[in-house]
Design a protein. Structure first.
Length: 289
């Protein structure tokens, strides 16, 4: 349980909840069983990638040299209990098998579109730690693709809803905010990641430039939200999700100055998590009204 990082699993139902909410607003509410399976599959997929990440980071030695924060550096479960490594791997594969089983049900129900999005999600889970983290561009956008297009749009397809401009806009917002979250959380891990062969933008660009990229992506996410409101792609109540934007601006301005202070950096990381979760939750509320 600790290796699955349960404190972070809230992100999956929020992203999937956006898709479920959009599906409800399009007409006849989806079947309750299908809705529950969509939400369950998303949480299990997130748990699977966390478990695999924990196992592979322990095997590579990364967990032994990382400075842990409440928001980065892994759970520390396997360094504390090394004998559990094989059981964590088994849990990861078992959890992924359940995700695939749910996906097969929706594949039977919805056909080829479900196969494309479902297969993309499985590939992201299996390849993220071992391969994707070796490519800066893939490492930047893979998390956002998983929680944005795969979860948001995949939920709509699974529930038999259509992919409209509102869905594309919401998926893009999720992509930007989640990718930004993973990028900022890589800042404290940069030295340890470099030693085990990872290559992400904090390593290749350096911390100052990566911090600026974090700010650009975070504010662009809110910019897409504002553009969606102005263009009429999102309903007016979606403006509720703009409420955390002053905090997002503060993060963008403060992060470059916090790079040399672990205490200040941890405060910014915590604020960033709060902004992301609050924004997605308020967007669900706004889409529902």
């Amino acid at each position: 349980m600790r290796a699955s990082r349960p404190g972070f699993l809230m992100l999956a139902p929020l992203c999937t909840g956006l898709g479920v909410t959009l599906a409800w607003q399009q007409g006849e509410p989806p079947a309750l069983l299908d809705t529950l399976l969509v939400l369950t599959g998303a949480v299990l997929a997130h748990a699977a990638v966390n478990l695999l990440n924990e196992y592979e980071d322990f095997v590579s030695g990364l967990d032994l040299i990382t400075r842990r924060t409440p928001y980065s550096g892994g759970s520390g479960a396997l360094p504390a209990t090394p004998s559990a490594a094989k059981r964590v791997l088994g849990a990861a594969l078992g959890t992924l098998a359940l995700v695939i089983a749910i996906g097969v049900y929706f594949l039977w129900l919805r056909g080829l579109p479900m196969l494309v999005l479902g297969a993309a999600g499985v590939v992201l889970v299996l390849t993220y730690t071992r391969w994707i983290t070796r490519s800066p561009l893939l490492c930047l956008f893979a998390p956002g693709l998983g929680f944005g297009p795969v979860m948001v749009l995949g939920s709509l397809v699974a529930l038999g809803a259509r992919l409209d401009t509102a869905a594309i806009t919401v998926a893009l917002i999720s992509l930007l905010l989640v990718s930004e979250l993973l990028l900022i959380n890589q800042i404290p891990d940069v030295d340890a990641d470099r030693k085990v062969g990872r290559r992400h933008f904090v390593i290749t660009l350096g911390k100052p430039k990566a911090a600026r990229l974090v700010g650009i992506m975070l504010l662009t996410g809110f910019g897409v939200l504002a553009a969606g409101l102005v263009a009429g792609w999102l309903p007016p109540w979606s403006a509720l999700a703009l409420a955390p934007s002053p905090a997002a601006l503060w993060i963008s301005l403060t992060l470059p100055q916090a790079l040399t202070s672990p205490q200040k950096l941890d405060a910014v990381l915590g604020s960033n998590v709060a902004v992301l979760l609050t924004t997605l939750a308020l967007l669900i509320v706004g889409l529902s009204l």
